[in-house]
Design a protein around this ligand. Structure first.
Ligand code: GLU
Length: 317
């Protein structure tokens, strides 16, 4: 099987089998606890959703359960910022994998306040600051939320205020990153404004089904559907996919590319969005994380999915 036009019956069977195998897993990783509100989530949950080119949703597991998307939101803020600023964004944030933990301060000092990429915390805080530029924090946040709702075609998507507060109360390390970058001028606005918006967009709650829907624009070259409404340019969509492949899984990005072979972005809430260009957007979620902070079962499930479907961005077309 080359991975093209897999009959939907076959996809359904593969997705159901993977969900059943994941339900039987005993080693489910560890739920993030550095944001206290996230530590309360039940690790037994799992969901896998594929949103195909023709608009079908193939779902298994807890596909309608809301979870905190955390760093997956960085994909959406990057798309919004690129749409607004274009290439100018790249004067303030780089495009190289970091090889360091997502909240590393050391690297930022070496590189004079310019973060390695938009998916580590420092880089995402810069992206948030760029969206904020001429707006009040509330307005910027409303734009981000509206953008995510538009991508997922779902007006019900909202921020979980308890998670946002939990992170505001404990996000000292992110505050350090923001203040440090303000000193270098990488961040322009007041750090507390930028952090407030950043914590809130990380606290957006979505279901795995909504996440799969929201990833569609990256699967279809910047359009919500093949040949449909354009969200961002083809070039930008491909650039974001390149960054997801190289930087989307913290310092486990190489491993994810090796095992799964698709662009993807994970968050410490246990969610991963991944795309098969031209074919499908995938949402996967399970709250237990591996040692580098990626969902243990979602990573495993995506590996099994690509093996069984033949999906890979490296597959001949
Ligand atoms: N809001 C989280 C933080 O800044 C995001 C972590 C993540 O998902 O990588 O620590």
């Amino acid at each position: 099987m080359k991975g093209h036009n897999i009959p939907s019956g076959d996809l359904r069977r593969i997705v159901a089998e993977i969900a059943a195998e994941m339900a039987a897993e005993t080693d489910r990783g560890t739920v993030a606890d550095y944001i206290p509100q996230l530590a309360k989530v039940d690790p037994k949950q799992f969901a896998l959703v594929i949103s195909t080119a023709d608009g079908e949703f193939i779902t298994a597991g807890d596909a309608e359960t809301h979870f905190s998307i955390q760093s997956v939101s960085k994909v959406f803020t990057l798309a919004l910022a690129l749409g607004k600023l274009g290439e100018r964004l790249w004067t303030r944030v780089g495009r190289e994998p970091s090889g360091d933990p997502f909240n590393s301060i050391v690297q930022l000092e070496h590189e004079r306040g310019v973060p390695r990429n938009p998916f580590i915390n420092a880089g995402a805080i810069v992206v948030t600051d760029s969206i904020l530029s001429d707006y009040e924090p509330k307005e910027a946040l409303a734009q981000i939320l509206q953008f995510v709702r538009y991508l997922a075609s779902d007006e019900a998507i909202a921020i979980d205020p308890a998670v946002a507060k939990s992170e505001l109360d404990t996000g000292f390390r992110n505050a350090a990153l923001a203040n440090f970058m303000r000193a270098y001028g990488t961040i322009i606005g007041p750090p507390e404004h930028t952090l407030g918006v950043y914590f809130h967009h990380c606290a957006i709650a979505m279901t795995t089904r909504q996440l799969a829907a929201a990833g569609r624009f990256l699967a279809f070259d910047g359009q919500l559907d093949p040949g449909g409404s354009r969200v961002i340019s083809t070039r930008m969509a491909r650039q974001i996919n390149a960054l997801m492949l190289t930087c989307g899984h913290y310092d486990g990005s190489g491993e994810f590319a090796f095992r799964v072979g698709l662009p993807g972005k994970s968050g410490v809430g246990g969610g991963i969005v991944a795309v098969v260009p031209g074919q499908a957007s995938i949402g996967c979620w399970s709250p237990g994380l591996n040692a580098v902070g990626n969902s243990q079962l979602a990573s495993r499930a995506l590996e099994l999915l690509t093996r069984r479907t033949g999906w890979s961005i490296f597959a001949p077309r």
